[in-house]
Unconditional design. Sequence first.
Length: 556
Amino acid sequence: MESNSKDFIRNIIEEDIRTGKYNSRVHTRFPPEPNGVMHIGHAKAILLNYNIAQEYQGIFNLRFDDTNPEKESEEFVNAIIEDIKWLGADWQDRLFFASDYFEQMYEYAVQLIKAGKAYVDSQNADEIKANRGTVTTPGTDSPFRQRSIEENLDLFQRMRKGEFADGEHVLRAKIDMASPNMLMRDPLMYRIRHTEHHRTGNKWCIYPFYDWAHGLEDSIEGITHSLCSLEFEAHRPLYNWYLEQLGIFHPTQIEFARMNLNYTVLSKRKILELVEKGIVCGWDDPRLLTLRGLRRRGVPAQAIQSFIDKVGLAKAYNVVDYALLEYSVREYLNKYAPRMMAVLDPLKVVITNYPEGETEEITAVNNPEDETAGTRILPFSRELYIERDDFMEDAPRKFFRLTPGREVRLRYAYFITCNDVIKDETGRITELHCTCDPMSRGGKSPDGRKVKATLHWVSAAHAINAEVRLYDRLITIEDTNNLPENESILDFINPDSLQIKQNCKLEMNLKNVQPSYSCQFERLGYFCVDPDSNPENLVFNRTVTLRDTWAKLKEK
């Protein structure tokens, strides 16, 4: 394939390989901060870095940027590792942490101080902010900018020893307070934080800022291509400046547009708000597009890869339609998920001409898209359950399902006709009395006559009870990155994002399924077993409907 048919990142990498840059090797990494869990936007970055390393016989690292002990934890480290393994990315034995390099970073900072390129600033945070200037006015030099090298070295060493309180001093790079790029206006390199680190304990009380640490980590590990989301484009001059001033190995930073989906939330801050306010049940709530939430909902990792491939890579901000994610999930599950019968709102049907106490075995296809999936046995008996909304007593002209006097097909079983409707004292329909055509066994017409509807069903005597949770999109506003003024994400919560159906009736073949098992409930959608499910309390989550129904919900 010609390189100009590839995306812009692969074009750059192939040109570097052709010219022998980095000795024609490719080394990528994924650098998460352990202050939250991964979402589908991170999946794009994870798989991009991993897949490029695979395609060009390169190396892929997993490295945690654990430079802020106030917000990070071992719990998030373990969750991120689990998520990345689930996606299929393999870093082999190359698991690293920024904290592995704290000593080396400190020595690099000393090197810049000795070169007159860094200084200790004793202004407080408000003073530093006030003196930074604006996009149209230059900043003002710190009154401490001209400290001697000796004084800066002494203060920085004492900062490390813990002689000063939080915020009393910071280490800054000495670049240009008049730079049009505000990130180059003497950026902060170290701050004092007397906070225990989840890996280094209390060994350190000064911690590097991200912009200082990030390029050093890439350099130390020999990363060749540092792939970052678009918001880091303005940071690239600083990334380059640090590496050039130190004279160390210099990776190439390349930016790409981050993943943005409509009708969803990918901001860690906003997700945390939803969790803390109890809008969702945790970071793994199936309504969230966190990787843990997607996994709990039953979304296959392969479908996420397919979705990301369809989206492709862009250089500019863009918003992807949520429906494309749903399509990718359906596309994968349609090929591999077995078909099962489930009735979520059961209405009893009595086949009055079928012998009492008799049960026969009906053969059903497991997956018509997969010839190797085989068949299964369904018990058929006199009493069945069908969906309540598959029957109408006084049906409109375009309603083709079951109604008095009309014949329909029961999937794989028989043609039936409704003869009587039984109601309770409130007028609610409690059961239907029907007759079946004994000659239509297997759901086949004995004389060529046609019916307009085929219904799914479950044998009442053999049904399994279950709870089924119907998840839908959580957010009703299309672009959550640009909320209307003075409005919160909490103002745009879909009240129907979760509906819980109790006492649903499932076919007997689902009796012993384990958590994470996925299947299609025929005519209803794709579902998976929730991690909290057990044989005494079987719980299924809806992964995705059989078709996009969101347009109808928005109209409603």
